[in-house]
Design a protein around this ligand. Structure first.
Ligand code: WTA
Length: 652
């Protein structure tokens, strides 16, 4: 964000007040793992006696050598479980098999083409051991970086776990990233080995991943070996000295492998994420703290039970796929659903079909997906039996109350609590949520801090704000799964995360807190507007627009205005069968928030400019709103053509 914008974002006016409060059912509450009293006691202990609290949680897992100290904090560098030695893959697999879960399903995978494969914990351990031996035979050693550029197939998770097992550092690059993005990331991590597939399926078509790796390889000098999983049986170019088929390497490898004891601070993975400006950052996570925090949060936030079929729809290319499709649920011995493809393949009923077929009990997905489903109406999910569901989750962006209510009502049948979970690539695990069964939900509000998390709202100057005020969301003390550094750029780590506001972690979100202590994320502060001296979260205006029956999705940006500083410009998608009425929409926003939030211009678009991970690129919308030519790299967009089409329409 620009310095000016940052300076301005001290108090964020929080004007959209969601007043609905939804209590968990008595039936859910009666069986919930964590009651309100449990939460209060555990949260207090996590802050007042962190060594006892975290030592207790870590003690439920296997350590080859117990830690000497729980935390060593030399701001901004934390070490957790100092001196301890463990192995995350051992804890996720061998330990659970030792608890009698060997024959329990670990993964149930469905390909976009309908193929189903499943692995028990014992089968998964064997595959991971074979892959660990194969990588070792390839010369991969502790601390080496291995880049994964794969579709969401079981081999992706197997490769991650194999790296974790031998102490190699995986760097998963989402399969939708371009050649240049891939090359940058391979080069930044200095990976000698890339694991990929011939192709992955997306909306029925094979995406040629291997061909992209071939291209990227030309731009980097570090790459020595490319391991290729045969997924789609497409034609691939082959470099005899460099390329090796996964099945040739792995199938014949021994399925016995002894997991080495790794230092608690041994690097586990790097995951690249975009900042407000500049090139992507390689967020580094380490072994012990990440393991303990993902274990605890998966268990408590998703209220895990032995017989759950747990499905997090995130791709392994994102942090949610790391923490909540692979590590967290496997550490808990859960049965994990994985789905390779798009939510609308062959049609918008696909998720509901998967839930019905596999009797999924816990669903964790993103608001952007929920709004897409909502746009296509209640009738499609209505055709499926969703009665196996007992808990729903949301992550990735603020969920507007209308989408929350739709999810709760149409998907959850008003029976399933909805947990809105706020966290980031950098935080590694869930930081704010409303534990199901312990507290009522307030649609649109993430809720209360997780164990060990001490949030606050601050001004730019580090002045702490009170209840019912809005400000910058900060975390006041280190937590076990926090990022340790930016890979290869510790100075950037210092400046970006602990240097913007002295002595606290700050990573770009604005929020407000109500009298009950619930935090509502207002949006990134680089998406906050200043209209006539009032700062307004774009997300709030978007929520207001989306709560109008004619609007299915909205993105709001600021346009420089000589009188007001900035004025509000909205881009909307219409609900099927509705037309746009500018006057009605302005009146609606005025009603929901106030006249100052009223959009000056509204563009009706046929699609939003989204990245492949579903984030709307507001930067480009700002350029369109300001009547400027579109500048910058549009290659991360799902469909760059959307921009020119929006720019060619007249605002209403
Ligand atoms: C946003 C995804 C509101 C937020 C786990 C954060 C959310 C960024 C929520 C991190 C939520 C994520 N409510 N906003 N429940 N969850 N965000 O690194 O702006 O892909 O800073 O991690 O997403 O995105 P990331």
């Amino acid at each position: 964000m620009s310095h000016d914008q940052f300076q301005a974002n001290t108090h964020i006016d929080a004007m959209l007040h969601e007043i609905r409060v939804i209590e968990p059912s008595d039936a859910f509450r009666a069986k919930a793992r964590i009651s309100r009293a449990d939460y209060e006691r555990m949260y207090r202990q996590s802050l007042d006696q962190p060594d006892e609290f975290w030592g207790g949680v870590a003690g439920e897992l296997h350590w080859n050598k117990k830690w000497d100290r729980v935390l060593d904090w030399q701001e901004p560098h934390a070490q957790w479980f100092v001196g301890g030695q463990t192995n995350v893959a051992y804890n996720a697999l061998d330990r659970n098999i030792g608890r009698g879960l060997g024959d329990k399903r670990a993964f149930i995978w469905e390909g976009e083409d309908g193929e189903v494969r499943s692995y028990t914990y014992s089968e998964l351990l064997r595959e991971v051991c074979k892959a660990a031996n194969a990588l070792t035979a390839l010369g991969v050693q502790q601390g080496d970086r291995v880049t994964l550029y794969m579709p969401l197939i079981p081999e992706a998770a197997i490769a991650m776990l194999a790296c974790a097992r031998i102490g190699a550092v995986h760097s998963v690059i989402f399969g939708g990233f371009s050649v240049s993005a891939l090359a940058d990331r391979i080069g930044n991590a200095q990976s000698r080995v890339v694991i990929t597939a011939d192709a992955g399926y997306r909306r029925g078509k094979p995406v040629d991943l291997k061909a992209n790796v071939d291209q990227a390889a030309k731009a980097v000098s570090c790459l020595e070996k490319v391991v290729v999983v045969r997924r789609a049986a497409t034609e691939v170019a082959w470099d005899e000295g460099r390329d090796v088929w996964w099945h040739d390497l792995v199938d014949g490898a021994s399925d016995q492998h002894e997991a080495p004891a790794l230092d608690s601070e041994h690097p586990l993975f790097v995951l690249y994420t975009s900042g407000s400006t500049g090139k992507p950052k390689g967020v580094l996570h380490t072994t012990g703290g990440y393991m303990v925090a993902t274990y605890l949060t998966t268990q408590t936030v998703f209220d895990l039970r032995d017989d759950d079929i747990y499905w997090c729809t995130a791709d392994v290319g994102w942090i949610t796929g790391h923490s909540y499709s692979v590590y967290g649920p496997l550490l808990n011995g859960a049965a994990v659903m994985l789905y390779e493809g798009a939510p609308n393949q062959p049609d918008w009923g696909r998720f509901w079909d998967i839930i019905q077929k596999h009797r999924v009990t816990v669903l964790y997905t993103a608001p952007t997906a929920i709004r897409s489903f909502m746009q296509h109406g209640d009738e499609i999910p209505g055709r499926y039996d969703l009665s196996s569901l007992r808990l729903l989750g949301s992550v990735g962006e603020p969920i507007n109350p209308e989408a929350w209510m739709w999810y709760y009502r149409v998907i959850g049948g008003e029976r399933c609590p909805v947990v809105d979970t706020w966290w980031q690539t950098e935080t590694g695990s869930i930081m704010l949520t409303t534990l199901p069964g312990a507290f009522p939900s307030k649609p649109g509000s993430a809720g209360l801090p997780m164990f060990g998390v001490e949030p606050a709202l601050m001004t730019r100057e580090g002045e702490e704000l009170g209840a019912d005020d809005g400000g910058l969301l900060v975390i006041k003390r280190p937590w076990p799964s926090m990022l340790r550094t930016v890979y290869g750029d510790d100075e950037r780590y210092r400046k970006t995360y602990w240097g913007e506001i002295p002595h606290v972690y700050f990573a770009g979100d604005g929020a407000r807190r109500d009298a009950d202590g619930y935090y509502t994320i207002v949006g990134r502060v680089d998406d906050v507007l200043n209209v006539s001296g009032h700062r307004l979260g774009t997300m709030e205006i978007e929520s207001a627009l989306v709560s109008h029956p004619s609007v299915s999705e909205a993105a709001v940006v600021g346009r420089p205005d000589a009188v007001k500083g900035e004025s509000v410009v909205a881009f909307i998608l219409l609900q099927d069968g509705h037309s746009a009425d500018a006057q009605a929409l302005r009146a609606h926003v005025t009603r929901e928030i106030g006249a100052l939030a009223r959009p000056d211009a509204i563009y009706v678009a046929e699609a939003m400019p989204k990245t492949r991970s579903g984030k709307i690129m507001r930067r480009f919308l700002r350029q369109i709103a300001a009547g400027q030519a579109i500048e910058g790299d549009t290659s991360t967009l799902e469909d760059p053509g959307v921009l020119t089409r929006i720019a060619a329409t007249a605002a209403i």
